[in-house]
Ligand binder design. Structure first.
Ligand SMILES: O=c1ccn([C@@H]2O[C@H](COP(=O)(O)O)[C@@H](O)[C@H]2O)c(=O)[nH]1
Length: 236
């Protein structure tokens, strides 16, 4: 089976989102709903996407005290999304609570959403890590630490950049999922992303899923860009 490419639906509202998907005939594909769209449209949008056959990565990156995360995950779990995430920086107990909430909220007979810990955002580089976040470890060391912590806490995988995938697989095992945003075509601008890679490199380095937004949604021909990404990711 092909590994998923989650198309990041970073649009202002549901109308613009569905217009884009329909105009470009992007049906029954994996999509990622993030804060921008979810905060505007809420759970109804998830229901609507599911009815239309999309599988969903709900990218809300929860980060709060354990009890709040647990109770929030109970509510989100019932939405029936495929993946959901938290910031690993929230700590072991918070991630354990996230998993407990997901298990408690899963509707009997439905698959529990996979829990994914965000190691370090792909917009973070080594300088920012040291100078702004005050973390003195190297970037790779920090990311491996957060990946191991996520695994110990019961997460099913992590968000990281493509470049850290081999290290995480070595540290956490090949079945621990790596979900990688920061994906760009060779000729693209990187925008606010710092740790970027092409879909082809993601495949070579063993990512389990990639996330792609602006390189497709802002392309002159989004459908062609999507097909090109799928080709590089799965078949090149
Ligand atoms: O570390 C992270 C975690 C999440 N994201 C999200 O992925 C997409 C990427 O969009 P592009 O337009 O392809 O840059 C976006 O929704 C982010 O919120 C990430 O980029 N990095």
């Amino acid at each position: 089976m092909n590994k998923p490419l989650y198309l990041a639906l970073d649009f202002p509202d549901a109308e613009k989102t569905f217009d884009f998907l329909k105009e470009n005939e992007l049906t029954n594909i994996p999509v990622k709903v993030g804060m921008q769209l979810f905060y505007r449209e809420g759970p109804m949008l998830i229901e609507k996407l599911k009815v239309e056959g999309y599988s969903i990565f709900l990218d809300l990156k929860l980060h709060d005290i354990p009890n709040t995360v647990k109770e929030s995950m109970k509510n989100l779990s019932g939405l029936g999304v495929e993946l959901i995430n938290v910031h690993a920086a929230g700590g072991k107990r918070m991630m354990e609570a996230a998993r407990e909430g997901l298990e408690a909220g899963t509707i009997p007979g439905q698959q529990r959403p996979y829990l994914i810990g965000v190691t370090q955002l792909t917009s973070t580089d080594e300088t920012m890590l040291h100078e702004e976040l005050g973390i003195q470890w190297g970037l790779n060391e920090t990311i491996i630490h957060y990946a191991k912590l996520s695994q110990i806490a019961g997460a099913d995988g992590v968000v990281c950049s493509v470049h850290e995938v081999p290290l995480i697989k070595e540290a956490c095992g090949s079945s621990f999922m790596t979900v990688t945003p920061g994906i760009r075509f060779q000729s693209d601008t990187t925008d606010d992303q710092k740790r970027v890679a092409t879909p082809g490199l993601a495949r070579k380095l063993g990512s389990d899923a990639i996330v792609m937004g602006r390189s497709i949604t802002r392309a002159p021909h989004p459908k062609q860009a999507y097909q090109q990404a799928i080709k590089e990711w799965n078949h090149e």
